[in-house]
Design a protein around this ligand. Structure first.
Ligand code: NAD
Length: 455
């Protein structure tokens, strides 16, 4: 089946209600869940094969989070699907008002390589729950995982409900020409713009889950050892190839020296010079990204770390001293390099952050409530943590997504169900009463009455 036929068949299947009822959605989610839990080991092995990710990381950040998300969708499905009654104003009295949660139709999900199970299947869970049919296009940069996901979905689902198109730019370009009812894209800001342009041609709504430079701010009152541990953990899982990794640390000048000492100490404690792929530490995905990161490292001031091996695509977690205008502070790093910049004054920090593209995440290490609120109220960012990194993703009650250059729209939990549904708002009236005031011919008397009754 070619791509255009595939999409037509899914659209036809949607029209005939293939995934519309509660029973069908529930059954599909249950099959989806058991497909993942039965093959969790193979999925972790495929990710390890693609870029040497340790099984602990694959299980905890991909499989576990995904299974939990499906459970949340299953548990809440009937409640979220139920029509919602709302109140109304005097002007439309007497009426009832109801919001039906309708599926969107046939959706396209395009995902990134760096969490290849999580980023492909988390949105699919929301899409299935919302009653859509879907085409998934995983990243070609994690081919073993993409191949396995494709095989499993083919075994478990009719292609009219759910199917996978593997590949890279040519396949995605063709998919983007199809009349989907929604596109959910995870990837870089650069490709996000290509997707949005293509979607605009057919007025297809998009959710864009993009990247950015997420700061970790360490204030003067912070517990420096704990801050260093939590920031280095966030920076080193998946070798920093995480959309919400702390990209750089902005540390209060009075704590910078101690922070870099504690960060070095933390790294020695984490790895003890044992960077075996698949056991402790992930590899860089390919030579192109390896070269990009090496260049950033070579062009900056390394404080600790800095070893590399081009053959095995290894880059050691590396701390770097930096100024706000350095090259490494311009683009998303997406690798295990942590530049540390400093600030003296809260307002100076806020101004610097305000003039940068809005990041996907922001991490704030302080117990100072006043400072926390000042940052929240003045710096736009997608989501984040106080005194931690990354773990906000683990709570499906927190909608996840970016702002500005880091994306638009949210998902996870209820936000996923809403992202893949549309509200259909209906006013219901009986035939009686039917007052004459709203109908022509109009006159001064009617206008006076209207103002008296409804103003
Ligand atoms: P990418 O933008 O290169 O690729 C994403 C998807 O787009 C892939 O499926 C790829 O095949 C496709 N693609 C690539 N070039 C294309 C083109 N020219 N035309 C059409 N399709 C194209 O991103 P990536 O390298 O896979 O992932 C890294 C980026 O994704 C980082 O910026 C990271 O921050 C971001 N990201 C964001 C999230 C999030 O949830 N917000 C999660 C993971 C990664």
């Amino acid at each position: 089946m070619n791509i255009s036929e595939l999409v037509s068949r899914q659209k036809e299947a949607f029209r005939t209600g293939i995934n519309r009822t509660y029973e069908k959605r529930k059954a599909h989610l249950q099959v989806f869940r058991s497909m993942i839990s039965k093959h969790e080991k193979q999925l972790c092995e495929a990710i390890n094969h693609d870029f040497g990710k340790p099984a602990f990381e694959s299980y905890s950040t991909e499989i576990y989070v995904l299974l939990h998300e499906i459970d949340v969708q299953l548990k809440n499905l009937s409640k979220w699907m139920a029509p919602e009654s709302v109140g109304g104003p005097v002007v439309t009295f007497p009426s009832k008002y109801v919001i039906h949660k309708q599926p969107l139709g046939t959706v396209l999900i395009i995902s990134a390589w760096n969490y290849p199970v999580h980023l492909s299947l988390m949105p699919l869970a929301g899409s299935l729950a919302a009653g859509n049919t879907a085409v998934l296009k995983p990243s070609g940069l994690a081919p073993a995982t993409s191949g396995l996901i494709s095989k499993l979905i083919e075994q478990k689902f009719e292609p009219e409900v759910l199917t996978v198109v593997e590949g890279g730019i040519p396949e995605t370009t063709e998919l983007l020409q199809q009349p989907f009812d929604k596109i959910f894209f995870t990837g870089s800001t650069r490709v996000g713009k290509i997707v949005m342009k293509a979607a605009a041609e057919q007025l297809i709504p998009v959710t864009l889950e993009l990247g950015g430079k997420s700061p970790a701010i360490v204030h003067k009152d912070a517990n420096i050892l704990v801050s260093a541990k939590r920031i280095m953990w966030g920076k080193t899982i998946n070798a920093g190839q995480t959309c919400v990794a702390p990209d750089f640390a902005a540390v209060h000048q009075s704590q910078k020296k101690r922070f870099t000492e504690m960060a070095q100490k933390t790294l020695s404690g984490f790895f003890r010079d044992d960077y075996r792929p698949g056991i402790n530490y992930t590899r860089i995905v390919n030579r192109e990204h390896f070269n990009r990161l090496k260049k950033l490292m070579d062009g900056g001031r390394v404080l600790s770390g800095g070893s590399t091996n081009a053959e095995s695509l290894f880059i050691e977690p590396t701390l770097m001293d930096a100024e706000w205008d350095d090259v490494i502070m311009q683009e998303e790093i997406f690798g295990p390099l942590l530049p540390v910049v400093s600030y003296n004054d809260e307002n100076e920090l806020i101004e610097r952050l305000q003039f940068r593209p809005s990041p996907l995440a922001l991490y704030l290490f302080t117990d100072d409530q006043h400072f926390q609120n000042k940052i929240f109220d003045n710096v736009p960012f997608g989501g984040g943590c106080v005194n931690d990194t990354i773990t906000h993703l683990g709570n499906p009650n927190l909608p996840f997504g970016g702002v500005g250059e880091s994306g638009m729209g949210t998902y996870h939990g209820k936000a996923s169900f809403d992202t893949f549904s549309r509200p259909q708002s209906v006013l219901k009236k009986s035939f009686w009463p039917d007052p004459d005031i709203r109908y022509p011919p109009y006159n001064e008397k009617k206008l006076t009455w209207f103002k008296r009754l409804f103003s």
